[in-house]
Design a protein around this ligand. Structure first.
Ligand code: 5GP
Length: 180
């Protein structure tokens, strides 16, 4: 068994209560914008799994289907890899002609989100927007804009609520900054 990660380098940034309130606000905004429609929700693995689960259970909009894709990003380090690639894809039929909402945990450089958005755009959705819980605009290297953003953050590495460091800390219900 591997050793548990030391948690003394964590500082609490966003409490579960704050996250819950924000997720409810985002769900309400999506419900208003998608009244009378039935969008497809596409989560970007792995980081978005917790946010997606909480968001969709707050939404009243009937969801046509919940899909997932995976784009390689950081591996096990905190430094961004330059060339993200698609690792897990979805069936093109689930997106074609549909209103698609992409769910991200965080937009950092924008490189991996851009790969995902460009890939989905080629599958001819009726509409395509991005919803990201977290946004670090100061780190952006390519122009990626989320229609729905939960929290705008400074340039700090964060963990918890789906976000990992070397696969650890995803299960934490709150969001922390870590040193390093
Ligand atoms: P980007 O391609 O925008 O640089 O990064 C996208 C992905 O990198 C995110 O979906 C997330 O998985 C990971 N990432 C970016 N910033 C952070 C961060 O501060 N903490 C963690 N744990 N992952 C991050």
């Amino acid at each position: 068994m591997s050793e548990p990660r030391q948690d003394d380098d964590r500082s609490l940034l966003l409490t579960r209560a704050k996250i819950e309130t924000k997720v409810a606000q985002l769900a309400a905004a999506i419900d208003r914008d998608y009244a009378g429609r039935s969008p497809v929700v596409v989560g970007i693995l792995k980081g978005a799994f917790m946010f997606l689960a909480d968001l969709v259970r707050r939404m009243e909009t009937p969801i046509k289907s919940v899909e997932f894709i995976r784009v390689s990003s950081y591996g096990t380090s905190t430094a961004s890899s330059a060339q993200p690639i698609m690792l897990v894809d979805l069936s093109p039929k689930t997106v074609e002609g549909r209103d698609v909402i992409v769910i991200e945990d965080i937009v950092d450089t924008g490189l991996s989100t851009q790969v995902a958005m460009e890939h989905l755009a080629k599958l001819n959705p009726a509409s395509l927007v991005l919803c990201s819980l977290l946004d670090k605009p100061s780190r952006r290297r390519v122009p990626v804009t989320a229609k729905y953003v939960g929290f705008t953050l400074p340039d700090k590495f964060v963990v918890g609520y789906g976000l990992d460091v070397g696969e650890l800390d995803r299960q934490l219900p709150d969001i922390y900054t870590i040193d390093g």
